[in-house]
Design a protein around this ligand. Structure first.
Ligand code: HSE
Length: 397
């Protein structure tokens, strides 16, 4: 079965590596060989064995009748969207690892795939190599998913783990993560939570069955977290993790991406370093958790190859999946309720005057008071926070 790859970067070359390394087992499981015949890239890769397969025009793939399946590992929305759409319209199945494309155009591409009796699969777009999309779409179709809480960004989880274990400052761990190749030179998408936001938008769209606009999800990153915040977290017996959360309400979902303080009983408390984990609560399942390698060349490529095998097994059939294009109105985030940890330039009495019942947290930091509020809505918190000089707040999960 002939396969083309669009984008021969880290993940695209990883797909070639997985298909070569595991050629025999894949052949045994599928009863066919998945053979990469064309690779679309702007570069030539002179001297690389892939060189003879390189093409520069996507039409060399879309018009090639022998190619049944295409992998998209280019990243970004355009030109990936134009190319993927053309492939689906040409009757080719597409597997992608591109969360920006799926979050933005998922509903549209799923409809186009259906109209052309092919499949558009995207297991690698959330959680890298961790199976999460297919479990939600197949194994858990008998459940109403009431909560998804995920550590879905490896870079920031590595950084938060380092800050927690070493007591280091944000800038130092960022530099270390960049030196190790975990964080990009421009780390904004990871550290400001944009990557996690797109991933929870995808998962929420899947469990709600309709389009969630990632712009509607309030998103806060980790760049404001300091070594002092970690000191307070330890005093509270908690750690700080960047979570992407979606909770079912009566009619919709309530979503947020932000750093949260987790206590030791929380299932995501011990998910450290670059690992990812997605906690799911279903109304029949109860609790479930998916843990593993959430990023990186081979784990992500493994998920793409899993999609290729699934598509090869359904080569003449579109597997129905519900993701309506009509936008889901998420719950107003100001109605979400939390306990808040607060650092304020105030006395304990002033803090109590503003927030009502509070629990003081003494981490030995001069000229400020640290405390935890009772459960309150975001809007009530915002109102109370105007009454004292709040330096920082972090929600408890
Ligand atoms: N930058 C992402 C991360 C890569 O750190 O998790 C996987 O999407």
């Amino acid at each position: 079965m002939k396969v083309a790859i669009m984008g021969y970067g880290t993940i695209g070359s990883g797909v070639v590596e997985v298909l070569e390394e595991n050629r025999d087992v894949i052949k045994d499981r599928l009863g066919d060989v998945l053979e990469v015949t064309k690779v679309l890239d702007l570069r030539e890769f002179e001297g690389d064995p892939i060189q003879s397969k390189i093409v520069h025009d996507y039409k060399d793939i879309s018009e090639d009748k022998e190619i049944a399946m295409v992998v998209e590992t280019m990243g970004g929305v355009e030109p990936a969207y134009t190319f993927v759409k053309a492939m689906l319209q040409a009757g080719k199945h597409v597997a992608t690892s591109n969360k920006a494309l799926v979050a933005d155009k998922g509903a549209d591409l799923i409809r186009i795939a259906r109209e052309n009796n092919v499949n558009f699969m995207f297991e690698a777009s959330v959680g890298g190599g961790i199976p999460i999309i297919r479990p939600l779409l197949t194994c858990l179709t008998g459940d109403v998913i009431e909560e998804i809480s995920g550590i879905v960004n490896g870079t920031t989880n590595y950084m938060m783990t380092k800050m927690y274990t070493e007591g280091s400052e944000y800038e130092d761990v960022l530099k270390e993560a960049q030196d190790l190749g975990y964080a990009e030179k421009d780390p904004t998408a990871d550290v400001e939570g944009y990557d996690a936001c797109r991933k929870i938008a995808i998962l929420t769209s899947l469990v709600a069955g309709q389009q969630v606009d990632y712009n509607d999800i309030p998103t806060e990153g980790i760049s404001h977290i300091t070594a002092t915040d970690i000191k307070y977290a330890k005093k509270l017996g908690r750690t700080i993790k960047l979570l992407a959360r979606s909770i079912k309400t009566k009619d919709t979902y309530s979503a947020r991406v932000a750093p949260y303080l987790l206590d030791a009983d929380h299932p995501l408390y011990s998910v450290n370093d670059v690992f990812n984990a997605i906690f799911v609560h279903g109304n029949m399942l109860g609790d479930g958790m998916f843990y593993g390698s959430g990023a990186g060349k081979l784990p992500t490529a493994s998920a793409v190859v899993g999609d290729l095998v699934a598509m090869a097994r359904h080569i003449d059939k579109n597997i129905y999946l519900e993701w309506k294009e009509e936008k889901l109105e998420l719950e107003d985030p100001s109605k979400q309720s939390f306990r808040f940890f607060v650092r304020a330039k105030a006395t304990a009495a002033e803090a109590e005057g503003a927030f009502g019942k509070i629990e003081i947290v003494d981490a030995g930091i001069p000229d400020e008071v640290g405390f935890v509020t009772d459960v309150m809505t975001q809007s009530a918190f915002d109102e109370a926070a105007t009454k004292v000089d709040v330096k920082k707040y972090i929600r408890l999960a």
